[in-house]
Design a protein. Structure first.
Length: 528
């Protein structure tokens, strides 16, 4: 009899340390990075996540954890591969350009069942032991809360001739094993100062302390050194409750090796300027906080649409019968327009003649429209004068949108007034440059950008469904994987008689995509 009870799935976070790794570099130490794979029955290993790379370190402690879901009722085969990264890439299955330090294969249940959920095993490569990996699992309880910190320091010890380059780490203690602390945050390095002022940052409550406000936290401050081991400055212990209640607004940094000296007081003072419990920001929080939506529209000008002057064309417009392109522009554009504060819509064409040759991204009717109605007028008038061509290539319009969306991304003003771009691609055909488009979309996944594709006409659109990452993050042939899902594809004909539903289906993933980008880049809504 089939049970009506739902399967219980528990989300767990995996934290990694390695020890005594084999040194594979000649003039420096190895640059290790951990890759996490899973394997289902009768299938190949699938890359699920990775830590950051740590330069020149044979005993690395990784700050980036990896999330997975634990199924009690399944044997979940997992594998950890530690590489010495020689060629900087994102995520990959093809390891040819990098050296394998070692591998470890086990099951997720084997880690969960260990005391303290702490698993230690050798890293093996070609039958030889090349170091050790320690994996600590912690069950995640979703609280939808974050702890916001604003931290400054004063009078830190000099570790260089005149100054220091301080950064800090936050650990949560492991209740089942007090000697095994878990790294949950590492700050940026601030150069040449004994009085560092760190930017505000947030840590998820469950990541910081597992939801236990009285769980002890360990803060360690270090002096960064690019060519040798980092120098320890000092440490202190505190819990989240004490910080939130303001009981501990200042903490002395203590170096245990100096405590025995009669003249020693501390190695500096850390000031908690702000510690606050803040809710998980929502899409509405970002929009009401001034986040601007920028709309970019790309119109398919390939010959497969048919001549715009012919009634059988997908581009044929008449006062009583607008084309599918026009209907899609009005439906989707009208929803997005109110969020675009300046009202300017970038408009490009692709697959048509521009000048004397075919262009896969050219300014359509001047390249800009002021609002949806202006865009519709420009489209209906200008499409008639474009010489349609071929093939249907997407890469150039995706890279155009990438350039637009990355314009202010790295500036400080972006934090105060973020902008998020939406590329609306209207097309009738299959993609001719699929491999290049996939690579561009994977690159774009790290930018404030979403891509919406509306397929008009009756093509199969199988490539479009591949770009839509509903079945897993988009991955190219080399194994490079998108940081997040940014593509949504909708077939126009499915909503031809329910045009008001077109925008709803087309844009339904935008809020979650925007919020996931902002959270992953530690961008908070501007308070109103």
């Amino acid at each position: 009899m089939q049970s009506d009870q739902p399967t219980l799935n528990n989300k767990v976070e995996l934290y990694f340390k390695c020890r005594k790794l084999k040194d594979l570099d000649v003039f420096s130490k190895s640059d290790p990075q951990v890759f996490f794979f899973t394997k289902k029955a009768n299938s190949d290993w699938k890359l699920e996540g990775t830590t950051e790379k740590i330069n020149n370190n044979l005993n690395p402690e990784f700050k980036k954890s990896i999330s997975t879901v634990y199924h009690f009722e399944e044997i979940q085969q997992i594998k950890f591969v530690v590489l010495d990264i020689d060629k900087e890439i994102k995520l990959f299955k093809d390891f040819d350009d990098n050296d394998t330090i070692g591998e470890c294969t086990t099951t997720l249940g084997n880690i969960i069942s260990k005391p303290g959920k702490r698993f230690v095993a050798p890293l093996i490569y070609k039958g030889k032991n090349r170091g050790e990996i320690e994996v600590t699992a912690e069950e995640v309880y979703e609280t939808r809360q974050n702890i916001l910190f604003k931290i400054n320091g004063s009078n830190l010890d000099k570790k260089d001739i005149f100054t220091s380059d301080p950064y800090f780490k936050i650990y949560k203690t492991n209740p089942a094993n007090p000697d095994s602390n878990i790294l949950v945050y590492q700050s940026p390095v601030i150069k040449n100062t004994l009085n560092p002022k760190y930017e505000k940052f947030t840590v998820k409550l469950e990541q910081l302390n597992g939801g236990d406000m009285f769980r002890e936290l360990l803060f360690e401050f270090w002096d960064y050194d690019s060519v040798s081991a980092h120098d320890f400055i000092g440490m202190f212990r505190v819990n989240t409750d004490e910080l939130l209640r303001g009981v501990k607004k200042e903490m002395a940094l203590i170096n245990p090796k100096k405590v025995s000296k009669s003249s020693y007081h501390n190695s500096g003072i850390i000031h908690f300027e702000q510690v606050a419990l803040v809710g998980e920001p929502s899409f509405i929080d970002y929009i009401s906080g001034g986040c601007e939506i920028n709309l970019i529209v790309a119109i398919d000008c390939t010959a497969s649409n048919g001549s715009p002057l012919s009634e059988g064309s997908l581009h044929y417009n008449s006062p009583s019968s607008p084309s599918q392109y026009a209907k899609a522009i009005r439906s989707v554009g009208s929803v997005l327009a109110p969020y675009d504060t300046d009202g300017n819509i970038d408009v490009v064409g692709f697959g048509g003649k521009y000048g004397f040759s075919t262009s896969h991204c050219f300014p359509f009717a001047g390249g800009e429209a002021k609002g949806v109605e202006s865009l519709l007028i420009k489209y209906c008038d200008h499409i008639k004068s474009i010489e349609l061509s071929y093939p249907t290539n997407f890469e150039d319009v995706v890279r155009f949108a990438m350039k637009k969306s990355s314009k202010d991304f790295s500036s400080k003003s972006f934090q105060k007034k973020p902008k998020y771009s939406i590329l609306l691609i209207l097309t009738d055909g299959e993609i001719s440059d699929m491999e290049k488009t996939v690579s561009a979309v994977i690159e774009a996944s790290g930018l404030p950008l979403s891509i919406v594709i509306v397929g008009v006409g009756s093509s199969s659109f199988s490539n479009m469904n591949t770009l839509d990452g509903d079945d897993g993050l988009l991955t190219d042939r080399k194994g490079n994987q998108a940081k997040r899902d940014i593509v949504q594809f909708v077939e126009f004909l499915k909503y031809e008689h329910q045009i008001t539903e077109l925008a709803s289906e087309t844009l339904r993933e935008i809020p979650s995509q925007l919020v996931s980008f902002m959270r992953s880049n530690n961008i908070l809504p501007t308070p109103q």
